[in-house]
Design a protein around this ligand. Sequence first.
Ligand code: B12
Ligand SMILES: *[C@@H]1O[C@H](CO)[C@@H](O)[C@H](O)[C@H]1NC(C)=O
Ligand SMILES: *[C@@H]1O[C@H](CO)[C@@H](O)[C@H](O)[C@H]1NC(C)=O
Ligand SMILES: *[C@@H]1O[C@H](CO)[C@@H](O)[C@H](O)[C@H]1NC(C)=O
Ligand SMILES: *[C@@H]1O[C@H](CO)[C@@H](O)[C@H](O)[C@H]1NC(C)=O
Length: 415
Amino acid sequence: MAWLTLYLLNVLWAVAGTSTQSSCSVTPEQQPWVDGLQVLMEKSVMKSDFTNPSILIAMNLAGAYNLEAQKLLTDRLVASDSADLTSGQLALNILALTSSCRDTGRKVSILQKNMENWVPPSPGAEASAFYGPSLAILTLCQKNSEATIPIAVRFAKTLIRESSPFNVDTGAVATLALTCMYNRIPVGSQENYRDLFGEALKVLVDNISLKIKADGIIGDIYSTGLAMQALSVTPEQPIKKWDCQKTMDMILNEIKQGKFQNPMSIAQILPSLKGKTYLDVPQVNCGPDNGVPPTPADYPTPVPTSPSNITVIYTINNQLKGVDLLFNKTMEVSVKRGSVLLVVLEEAQCKDSMFKFETKMTSWGLFVTSINNIAENVNHKTYWEFLSGKTPLDEGVSYYVPSNYEHITANFTQY
Ligand code: B12
Ligand SMILES: *[C@@H]1O[C@H](CO)[C@@H](O)[C@H](O)[C@H]1NC(C)=O
Ligand SMILES: *[C@@H]1O[C@H](CO)[C@@H](O)[C@H](O)[C@H]1NC(C)=O
Ligand SMILES: *[C@@H]1O[C@H](CO)[C@@H](O)[C@H](O)[C@H]1NC(C)=O
Ligand SMILES: *[C@@H]1O[C@H](CO)[C@@H](O)[C@H](O)[C@H]1NC(C)=O
């Protein structure tokens, strides 16, 4: 009898995990903005040769409009080599291929091996060190949850001990991963997995809920999409109540302000706008029943910018690396109004070779790797942080648009 109750509970949880519990939705008036975002995200695929699996996941969860983009991304991922990917990147590739109903057997074995050898970050390590491993456990859970238990147990125990400042994006992905595990605890299992995963989920969800701001944003606007996914599936109730509709309305406001131009930012918000989460990936239907793409003319377009120039004050500052290499240099740069920060960096580099910089392409656009020959280093946890005044920017150089007389600083620092 107890066994049967346990079994039924499991079935119930499994159902709860795959359907959406969120009690909020996009109104018909707001719907064109959501469609517009999806079209923008899908269009970006043909314009770039960077293969971004998160876009394919979002497209498939939402129901793809652009079948050509869907095929292109899928084909590129099928052909891609997993050799020099991080566990997080490999996990995203597997989720993306799964959402396109492709075979992932070999990639899953590699990821499983990687995670069996995973060395938990030492206590006090930055929270974002759990972001990639969370994606990996979420993926392995969906593929073979029983074989993932030992890995997830180690992960949950490390998370509960974690003491560094909480990171919403990371906490959200960890919540999705452990919710998947929680929902798939084997029937009649002797161990107290439910208690362990439940306890870790409680810590995560409480921390996420403490980051809900009065206006509904969770963390910042770019962590809100993942946080919404987490709060809508978790079996643990947060200490601070979440008003999903308020968050949804605020995000739609930000969308109308043009804050979601970056295709990766769309990929992370779109599932929540469509009432989906990464836990729905295994249930994606790959039949030919795709929606009719709305005609692009229907979408609101951003306002054109005026051609006048503005002045941006740009400082590069290294007080960290090499006693004889320290510098703190400021330049006033004139750029066309509406230019992205990258244009400021290019102008500065043109005028003075000390402002020389290098970038690499990533899922979020160009990441500034080095300035004046001082380069980021993963082992030293150093990077170039960008600030406006004293406030860190919430976007990278290829999307952030500075205003007149704004003071931008690139500060070499540690995470
Ligand atoms: C970890 C992390 C970092 C680490 C990355 C290095 C590391 N070894 O871990 C550090 C601390 C260096 C970092 C820096 C920045 N980050 Co960051 N970061 C993240 C985080 C939490 C996880 C990324 C990850 O591991 N993804 C998983 C792997 C599998 O995918 P990946 O594509 O290989 O990941 C790489 C890229 O994401 C890249 N990356 C990380 N952050 C950023 C930011 C930008 C603008 C770019 C182009 C690339 C990039 O580094 C990752 C590891 O190589 C995300 C959260 C999120 N929602 O994605 C934020 C996030 C991507 N970062 C963000 C921001 C704003 C920044 C900074 C611009 C902050 C600043 N004020 O300077 C800088 C980049 C400045 C520069 N030099 O160009 C925003 C981007 C929002 C947006 N609309 O563009 C996010 C979404 C956080 C948020 N919610 O606001 N970040
Ligand atoms: C937030 O997380 C930390 C560990 O990272 C934990 O010690 C703390 O109790 C959590 N806060 C809440 C309110 O759960
Ligand atoms: C860098 O220089 C500016 C003035 O040019 C000054 O205000 C600031 O304090 C300096 N910072 C450091 C760390 O030296
Ligand atoms: C205006 O900005 C552009 C770069 O966007 C720059 O090339 C040009 O020199 C600037 N014009 C003036 C008058 O500074
Ligand atoms: C710049 O980086 C240095 C070195 O990490 C740090 O001490 C300083 O506080 C940073 N400045 C700002 C404004 O963040």
